[in-house]
Design a protein around this ligand. Sequence first.
Ligand SMILES: [Cu+2]
Length: 359
Amino acid sequence: MNELLRRLLFLPPQASTLARDIDGLHYFVIISTMLGALLVTVVGGWFLIRYRRAYVDAHPDEYDVQARPPLWMKIAAVGSLFLLFVIWWSIGIRQYLELRVAPEGALEIYVTAKQWMWKFAYPGAARTISVLYVPAGRPVKLILTSRDVIHSFYVPDFRIKQDAIPGRYTTEWFEARSPGVYEVLCTEYCGTGHSMMRGRVVALDPGDFDRWLGGADLETPLAELPPQQYDPPWVVGQTARAPEVDPVVIGERVAETQGCVRCHSIDGTPHIGPTWAGLWGSVVPLASGDTVIADGAYLTESIMDPMAKLHRGFPPLMPSYLGKIRPAEVAAILAFIQSLRDVEAQPAPPPATRDGGAP
Ligand SMILES: [Cu+2]
């Protein structure tokens, strides 16, 4: 019955312990409204025929136009509506409490939403981005907040959805029934990147999860994930493994998430801003006529206060990132730019010809 209705309503798999109860309520609401609609239709139809004008006119003596419904009928009508309310309310409050109150001893994971990604912090020092690792068969409590606007953490397969609100902590909990990969969506419109604000819950075998939290390698389960759907975790701290804390890799990732690469090329092709290929250590001609060596100090200044020194031949389009990226991220970007030191740069076209013809 459950499975039939689930398929009939095109609901996703019931992958959490709560999912079935929530679907049960869903079925109850749908079935009772359908029965209600059916009742109204049948009674209305019967009235339509039984009391049609031609019949009533032909049999005036059969009708008492003064008739009023007896008291018992009024009480029954009001009473059954009230009963319906009480039944729904008691089912609802039970499920609400079950949904809201995490069981004792649930694993607590902090979730920070920001435009446009999810960050997860586990007990200990483990951190991941976009991919939430949890043990299957154990309750997990999420404590959510947002760094910017309202987002909403939604896992359709688990039937859980909760807003993440800046300056506030909200919670939700779930227990994945079995190991697997489940989709995470943001369901609060949060800006231009909203539709890309996706993630995954990877429910691991509890033993695997403990090993992962302890810093062990997890090649097998992760390798099974479809590659195009899987966003590799950025793990720092206790569970850090060499390739993931390589600042060059992090820098490249930050440059992508922050949108730097929309204006800066990394392969030397001309773009809106100066290419990063071969930039590190080069002599930069400035709009003021001076030159400057592109070292860490100059590059940091260019990111935080881009108007202070303008690269000659480029429009003053670069936005300031002061307060928008953390010092560690700046350092990672610098490491990334440094790694592009030996990439051959092509001469940047003067702005006037940029629209005129392809170089
Ligand atoms: Cu969002």
